[in-house]
Design a protein around this ligand. Structure first.
Ligand SMILES: Nc1nc2c(ncn2[C@@H]2O[C@H](COP(=O)(O)OP(=O)(O)O)[C@@H](O)[C@H]2O)c(=O)[nH]1
Ligand SMILES: [Mg+2]
Ligand SMILES: [Zn+2]
Length: 356
């Protein structure tokens, strides 16, 4: 195995040279467990921790390593290491952190393609699909939609779903229907698995992400089914891998299922997902049109005429509200941090003054 097999490239190498990291070994974070990271290098796998210094200067969770990251490590003992630097990320897939307002949580970094996996049976949900698309676009990661479990429905039912999809989402996004059971449609998915390219699987629990990964790998890399979530939890420390190197090239990142995919700071992600609405908005009478009650609103007119899908419109508004809420919580957090900083400085100054 070479570093390139793991996704290493010239940009990363020049960063290593320019930042005097040559005494360290470059490696990739393949799983995370409570601030311990399994890092894969050409030499092997290490259980690594972030250097204390970097921990103290970290301003948020995002300054900590995440699955997919390239890091510079110094090994000690046989299989332990310290992480001395995190390389700049070429992409970051993130969502709104659950329970920490105004903050984001990284799903994976340095990703080339995201496979948005949905099952065509119970799980199928266009709103959620748009949510994942938004997250991909905001991360500058190319989305590919994979519809699993097509063996559970008829050809007619699948056609209907494909029709709905193509009406609702921006044209040009690949939609690949597959069955992990009979192997139908797997080839076009496998075509995305290429040497040095990183693919992240996104989707709710139970849609068949791990089964798909195993199919693509040709062996059981991941536990599947209900057992993976419940029974296996305790074993994650040593056996659990999230980033898998395929034998014939390519890197896949599996994710434990996500219940919530909250919209955060999606720099343009929403606008790219709802391209049709943004184009219509160009013709609205008022520049600051909210597309909710204004006269001369091109979006509302398109809704009336049926040109614009009502469900897509509702979903757009909902996610826009979420984004606004996220932005204000983030601003609030910044204000708090700032005043905490001021308070800290004042106390330090008072302490100094007292000494004299
Ligand atoms: N019928 C059918 N079942 C599937 C397919 N893909 C996965 N499954 C089943 O769905 C369940 C959940 O799969 P799993 O890969 O663990 O889902 P994950 O949570 O997304 O990783 C398992 O019981 C799989 O056997 C498929 O294409 N067709
Ligand atoms: Mg799974
Ligand atoms: Zn409008």
């Amino acid at each position: 195995m070479t570093l390139e097999d793991l996704g290493y490239n010239e940009q990363l190498e020049s960063y290593r040279l320019e930042n005097h990291l040559t005494q360290f070994e470059p490696g990739r974070v393949i799983s995370e467990h409570k601030e311990r990271y399994v890092v894969k290098t050409v030499e092997g796998e290490y259980l690594a921790e972030l250097l204390g210094n970097l921990r103290f200067t970290a301003e948020s969770r995002n300054d900590f390593p995440a699955v997919g990251d390239w890091v510079a490590i110094a090994p000690y003992d046989d299989d332990k290491a310290l992480i001395h630097a995190i390389f700049p990320r070429s992409s970051v897939i993130e969502r709104k952190a659950v329970g920490r307002s105004g903050q984001t949580q990284i799903i994976a970094t340095n990703v080339d393609y995201a496979l948005i996996v949905q099952a065509v049976d119970r799980d199928f949900n266009l709103n959620r699909l748009e949510r994942y698309l938004t997250i991909c676009y905001a991360s500058k990661v190319n989305p590919v939609i994979v519809l699993t479990k097509i063996d559970l429905i008829t050809a007619d039912e699948l056609n209907k779903i494909m029709d709905n999809l193509s009406q609702r989402i921006t044209p040009g996004i690949p939609i690949l229907p597959v069955s992990n059971v009979n192997g139908m449609g797997l080839k076009p998915v496998a075509a995305y698995v290429k040497k040095g390219k990183t693919i992240c699987l996104l989707g709710s629990s139970g849609v068949g992400k791990s089964t798909l990964l195993n199919q693509l790998a040709g062996k059981e890399e991941m536990k599947t089914g209900d057992i993976s979530s419940a029974v296996n939890k305790g074993k994650h420390t040593t056996t659990h891998r999230e980033l898998i190197l395929m034998e014939n090239g390519g890197i896949l990142i599996d994710n434990p299922g996500m219940r919530e995919v909250g919209i955060a700071d999606t720099t343009g992600g929403l606008e790219m997902t709802f391209e049709a609405i943004v184009e219509l908005a160009d013709s609205c009478k008022f520049k600051d049109c909210t597309h909710q009650h204004e006269k001369g609103c091109a979006v509302l007119e398109a809704l009336d005429s049926g040109e614009l899908d009502e469900a897509a419109y509702e979903n757009f508004l909902k996610m826009q509200r979420e984004r606004t809420r996220f932005e204000s919580s983030k601003a609030e957090l910044r204000r708090k941090d700032k005043s905490m900083g001021k308070l800290y400085k004042r106390i330090q100054a008072e302490k100094r003054n007292r000494k004299f």
